[in-house]
Design a protein around this ligand. Sequence first.
Ligand code: NAD
Length: 420
Amino acid sequence: MNEKSEFDSELFRTATSQLDAVAGRLGLEANIHERLRYPRRALVVTVPTQMDNGRTEVFVGYRVHHNTVLGPTKGGLRYHMDVNLGEVTALAMLMSWKCAIMGLPYGGAKGGVRCDPSAMSARELEHMTRRYTAEIMLMIGPDLDIPAPDLGTNEQIMAWMMDTYSMTQGRTVPGVVTGKPLLVGGSAGRREATGRGIVYALYQAARRLGQELKGWRIVVQGFGNVGAVAARLLWREGCLIVAVGDVRGGVYNPKGLDIRQLESHVAEAGTVAGFPASEAVGSAELLELPCDVLIPAALGSQIRQDNAHRVKASIVAEGANGPTTPEADTILRDRGVTVIPDILANAGGVVVSYFEWVQGLQYYFWRESEITARLQEIMTRAFNRVWVIASKEGTDLRTAALMEGVRRVADAFKLRGLYP
Ligand code: NAD
């Protein structure tokens, strides 16, 4: 197959070059390698939405199923101005590896609408979300494809999606999305799951490196669902959160920020910027601050060829999907920085989404303590499996994680054979 320009995007280039890098190591059959480079199916939709000023705006939306060999597909929904087919496809591919590493019975998917949710009213967001859901109806369902929140989307948007789908079925179908509010079939611990998973991964990294998590200096880029929770939980574990940043600015205090007070400030001001007892820091500068752990938890392609050599952290725990370009990855590896890759570090979200889906299918809900114990067990097992592969193969953690994820998907392809 020729390189397909419709998938053109930096993240697609990152995801395919990661896959290509492990294909040789795994001895992947050429046809399986090629099938894994492209999605099984992708839908592009227009989403006409009546705005508050009476005008009808036409947004473009996507839903991509990367592959379905391990089960129904699973993946988030992103609302952001950078969304395009290539980015959504790359994110769907990463979901395939992530679910496989975690041993979940899912293939990878992703969706997105190119829009700026921060500039839209709640009414506009609801109408756009409902129309988008109607447009992708043929692609989603509890045993077909199950969306969840991602950048720019949240529990409320999941509730609207679930309601829209349910209305067309004439009954409530909680299993069609995860990351819903608790009252309408959400799971205890889902909101915190991704951040909590990062903490479990870092805990294992500290153990393997013969260090203590407590006292580590942490920098977090992004203070949303992933970044804020990771910062809060690590702060509670006794880490020093020395800097955090969001789209509107960053704050730095080498003695550590009080995260509880910072969260109150964000609740009022809508941004971390302007937090007292800290100095302002720019978003590029934030990534280069002295610290033990850098957690990029915002957008993709943040650590690049031009800034990777200035990253001072000894560990990068990828909360975001695809925050490190392949060139930057090489630079970090050569400099001895331990990168805990996205498909491992941020997998806590999809693990608890899986729990939510199972609970929704059974109409039987678990206590939060059960959720966190099972999440810890799965994250710990996956981290250590990947660590052992990296040691055996003499590779970095990303290569090892990809080898594990891609191998499982490829083996499933072989077992199922080629239809017809
Ligand atoms: P979110 O919308 O809740 O938060 C995003 C945060 O990033 C916000 O604080 C925003 O201000 C900040 N941000 C946006 N642009 C920025 C910029 N240019 N510089 C600095 N900060 C910026 O999103 P989220 O759910 O926390 O997702 C963040 C990342 O984590 C995404 O890459 C997403 O794919 C990934 N992720 C999310 C989940 C999940 O469960 N939500 C799971 C796995 C991975």
